[in-house]
Design a protein around this ligand. Structure first.
Ligand SMILES: Nc1ncnc2c1ncn2[C@@H]1O[C@H](COP(=O)(O)OP(=O)(O)OP(=O)(O)O)[C@@H](O)[C@H]1O
Ligand SMILES: [Mg+2]
Length: 480
């Protein structure tokens, strides 16, 4: 009995000790928690201060970079450096979303991804508006079953329609607007080709999953007459009926080029009301294209890559201006054009590094040189051009050689103008080669094309000339 009592006392003492420690741990955890919160708050403040000082820097750069007549000053020498200050931009919607996350505990990784995209403020604002609407409805305990969330994303190539549309579908699903996360992605051409039978299968699949998103990319293909050999109009009419039948269960997202999509909406007067939201993704400005490029470089090389002139330096600006010069034209690829330009930078770098290593050098893999970024100096490139040498060695053809020389001079002039941040003058690269049979028109034309390639002016969208398309006409004497 006595020993039981002793045991019990011991157990109680241990329990008391245990409880005391538990309270102590709880206090320690709370204190750590508070410290974390304070640290996090400090980080946020730092970030906000960073954004504000970057904005200030941008304003200073704009102020200092412009002379009285509004033209840009001649740039100062660009030292190899990766520390060139560049402004961190922010969008009101992104700031708003950060606040919702920090202070309201909001969580949605798909919204994060949209907010990380460059520009697209109207899309970001719309996403937040829809989120508020859903949040309020949840708090009010009201149903969103009769609400239409179908949306159209319109815009030129490479503006991010497909990327945004997919994220939007994920966002709707995560917010519970649609009962499942099932998304069927299809193109207008494919839908038209599959006809009503296939469209019905898509809808049935979604319904069997409890609902979902039907994403029709390049939706204008549905109303483009005989798309893919079948008329898409009946399919579209069928879908319109299904959208109404399964409201609250199926959301349809359409994406496509703005002009073509106008025809799509003209197809049926009921279409506009089925798609209460329509957002146009604008062409990116040069500043946005620059940020897209920066994002590509930083992400791919985990911030290790250094650029001659800095990541916001002269050569990046030249490159971006070359890309941006295509804006307004049919073939302008926006973010995709930047991706292509970036691909060519990496190709030029790879070629340079390979050649330097062959010469037993030890080039830095994490360095983009001026030539990697904007291509070779035409005056130097022409010396290395085998095609140029070959043309010189051809007997006669003085007029042709003179013309090509004149053209190279103009390309060089433009290159120098670019280095001084002046707009290049228009240079048409198109040439007509006239001559009697057997006078070497084809050979000359081929050499001419190769010379332009060697000078880096035929690189699709980022050549230093203002024209990147060449048309070579081979005309026999007497035909024209
Ligand atoms: N704002 C942006 N920020 C960063 N990357 C972007 C942005 N917009 C587009 N991109 C990238 O550019 C590429 C092309 O985007 P996407 O395919 O979504 O464009 P699209 O408008 O659908 O083009 P298309 O009309 O030719 O189909 C993608 O890799 C995408 O991630
Ligand atoms: Mg697309």
């Amino acid at each position: 009995m006595e020993s039981d009592k002793l045991h019990q006392e011991k157990r109680d003492a241990i329990q008391r000790e245990h409880d005391l420690r538990k309270d102590d741990y709880k206090l320690q955890i709370k204190s750590l928690d508070d410290q974390m919160k304070i640290k996090e708050f400090g980080e946020r403040l730092k970030e906000e201060i960073g954004i504000l000082s970057s904005h200030l820097m941008l304003l200073r750069r704009v102020k200092e970079g412009e002379s009285e007549d509004g033209t840009l000053n001649t740039p100062k020498t660009c030292e190899p450096s990766d520390t060139t200050p560049h402004p961190e931009y922010s969008s009101p919607a992104t700031v708003e979303w950060k606040k919702e996350k920090w202070f309201g505990g909001a969580y949605n990784p798909h919204i994060d991804k949209i907010m990380e995209m460059v520009g697209l403020e109207n899309v970001k604002e719309h996403v937040l508006r829809i989120k508020s609407k859903v949040d309020i409805s949840k708090r009010q305990g009201t149903s969103l079953k009769d609400e239409r969330f179908s949306i159209a994303f319109l815009g030129n190539p490479g503006t991010g329609k497909t990327t945004v549309a997919k994220l939007y579908a994920e966002i709707l699903s995560m917010m519970g607007v649609i009962p499942s996360s099932k998304m069927t992605e299809v193109t207008g051409a494919l839908l038209a080709h599959g006809g009503i039978t296939q469209a019905k299968i898509y809808i049935d699949e979604l319904i069997q999953n409890g609902g979902g998103v039907l994403f029709i990319d390049e939706a204008y293909q549905l109303t483009r007459g005989n798309s893919a050999g079948t008329n898409g109009s009946p399919v579209l009419d069928f879908l319109l009926g299904e959208m109404e039948k399964y409201i609250g269960q199926i959301v349809v997202i359409v994406a496509g080029y703005r002009r073509e999509m106008e025809k799509f909406f003209e197809h049926n007067p009921g279409l506009n009301s089925r798609f209460p939201y329509s957002l146009t993704l604008q062409d990116y400005t040069d500043e946005e294209l620059e940020r897209i490029l920066r994002g590509l470089v930083q992400t791919k090389y985990k911030k290790q890559m250094k650029l001659e002139g800095g990541i916001a330096g002269l050569y990046v600006r030249i490159l971006i201006r070359r890309v941006g010069r295509g804006r307004g034209g049919n073939g302008f690829g926006n973010a995709r054009a930047v991706q292509n330009a970036f691909a060519r930078i990496t190709e030029r770098q790879a070629a340079r590094i390979t050649s330097e290593r062959m010469k037993k050098g030890k080039p830095d893999d994490f360095w983009f040189s001026k030539e990697d970024l904007i291509g070779p100096d035409p005056s130097k490139a022409v010396i290395d051009s085998a095609a140029w040498k070959e043309l010189q060695e051809l007997i006669g053809l003085e007029k042709v050689k003179e013309t090509v020389r004149g053209l190279i001079d103009r390309i060089e002039t433009n290159y120098l103008r670019e280095l001084r941040e002046l707009a290049p003058v228009e240079v048409s690269l198109n040439r007509v080669f006239l001559g009697s049979p057997g006078t070497g028109k084809t050979s000359v034309a081929k050499l001419y094309g190769q010379i332009l390639k060697d000078l880096g002016v035929l690189s699709n969208g980022e050549g230093s000339s203002s024209m990147t398309l060449i048309v070579l006409l081979f005309l026999e004497n007497g035909i024209c």
